[in-house]
Design a protein around this ligand. Structure first.
Ligand SMILES: [Zn+2]
Length: 446
């Protein structure tokens, strides 16, 4: 039996049904599971982690990413382009990737997430050049120690068939479906406390056929795994749907079986009122990616309306080529600010943003075993030191975490295992990984 006692936190934010915040409280972890939350806990054999001056929250949950893109941040030709132009700049670069690029960039992206408080992330990998495979990212997540929901993405309609990606990056649909089966059978773990759940994720309506969308939905239901894609990201995306399919993105998704509590869509910036109603009725989830939406000029997603209608909303940093940061607590701040831009200062509070970043994301990913600090939940815990310069002078430490900072976690635990200690990664040699990343980036740029 192994025990960790996180002791004397200024505040423990539980995200339990009563949204209790406990002052001067402790969290006891036993064998990767939360054994107790409260004041004055006693556990003589436990490893003690002093949380004085800290806010303790559930680990943050990232519901949308393309980890491979950490190798193509701030690429000059893509810095100021809209989505489609941005993609056309980057596709030829990504076509030169191989297994090592996918593996190393995933490790960097996962470490960046961990340092920003993330304990569970999904990833959307939709190109597999030069022998790259989805398990390259799974191996990276095992090393870094984050809970991982990789999704087997795909593109099948290249330029010569009227699609956006170059023909060299698309795959045959039969081969895609075969590899989806291989990934689910080989790597998906549905059990409570699972460290790896595989999802199926054709890239977007403009890069795969209707058949592949339908077939992957049938396969996901047959295997009991989740579905993920990009939807209604910007005006171009909606115009494409109207021109090619004669309907709005929500209708397209519904017609192909892409609604339900086992589906989550990234972005959804352009959902209209009836589509929000459809998502609420069908329990379809949304991954809100505020920084990416700003970065690509896509617009402000109607998150207030979604939440008020009962749509499940989580946060996503999105790929590091369209953010270009991967800081999840920073994303929570941006989510709050962005709603205020269009709706006013009372449109979203700091606590609601923190809820979306934790419990909200867990619900979107179908996880009832994480997202809150309650007895019996998995021990995915972020400890934030509020004594630094960022939050100095703050009157309300919980609100300060979103309104001020810090943006880097002090300690991070996943399944009770320490991933970050005193602000440093302990599961991997990060400087060594970054050195390798720089070498790969230089080779791609040269
Ligand atoms: Zn994306």
């Amino acid at each position: 039996m192994s025990e960790i006692l996180i002791r004397h936190a200024d505040v423990v934010v539980t995200m339990n049904p009563g949204r209790q915040e406990l002052s001067g409280a402790d969290v006891l972890v036993r064998d990767g599971v939360i054994a107790a939350v409260g004041n004055g806990l006693v556990a003589p054999a436990a490893e003690v982690v002093d949380a004085s001056g800290c806010v303790v929250t559930p680990g943050l949950v990232n519901t949308h990413h393309h980890l491979y893109q950490t190798l193509t941040r701030a690429v000059p030709g893509g810095q100021d382009a809209l989505l489609f132009g941005w993609l056309k700049t980057l596709y030829p670069i990504w076509a030169r990737f191989g297994p090592e690029e996918i593996f190393v960039s995933a490790k960097v992206g996962l470490a960046e997430l961990a340092l920003s408080g993330c304990t569970l992330t999904s990833d959307h990998l939709y190109l597999f050049p030069n022998g790259a495979r989805l398990e390259d990212t799974i191996h990276a997540a095992r090393e870094v120690g984050l809970r991982f929901h990789p999704t087997r993405g795909a593109m099948s309609i290249g330029v010569s068939d009227g699609g956006l990606p170059p023909d060299s990056l698309v795959e045959r649909e039969a081969a895609i479906l075969d590899d989806m089966v291989r990934m689910v059978d080989g790597f998906h773990d549905p059990a409570e406390g699972s460290m790896c759940r595989v999802g199926l994720a054709p890239c977007s309506p403009f890069s795969v056929s209707r058949d592949l969308m339908r077939e992957s939905a049938l396969l996901a239901r047959d295997k009991g795994v989740m579905l993920h894609t990009h939807l209604a990201e910007n005006d171009e995306d909606v115009a494409y749907s109207l021109a090619q399919f004669g309907c709005r993105p929500g209708q397209y998704a519904e017609d192909l079986g892409w609604t339900g509590d086992d589906v989550w869509h990234a972005h959804c910036v352009k959902l209209d009122g009836s589509e929000i109603g459809l998502f609420a009725r069908s329990a379809t989830g949304v991954s809100h990616c505020p920084c990416s939406n700003c970065r690509l000029g896509s617009g402000v997603a109607p998150v207030r309306a979604m939440r008020d209608a009962g749509v499940k909303v989580g946060l996503g940093v999105d790929g590091s080529a369209s953010n270009d940061a991967g800081n999840l607590i920073g994303e929570a701040r941006m989510a709050m600010l962005l709603q205020r831009v269009s709706l006013g200062a009372d449109a979203m509070g700091a606590r609601e943003a923190l809820e979306i970043a934790t419990l909200g994301g867990a619900r979107v990913l179908g996880r009832s075993d994480v997202g809150s600090l309650e007895v019996g939940k998995r021990a995915d815990i972020a400890v934030w030191d509020m004594r630094g310069v960022e939050a100095a002078g703050a009157w309300d430490p919980v609100a300060a975490l979103i309104l001020c900072g810090p943006t880097r976690v002090r300690h991070l635990f996943v399944e009770g295992r320490q991933v970050v200690r005193d602000g440093q990664m302990v599961t991997i040699d990060l400087p060594l990984v970054l050195e390798r990343q720089r070498a790969l980036a230089a080779r791609l740029a040269g």
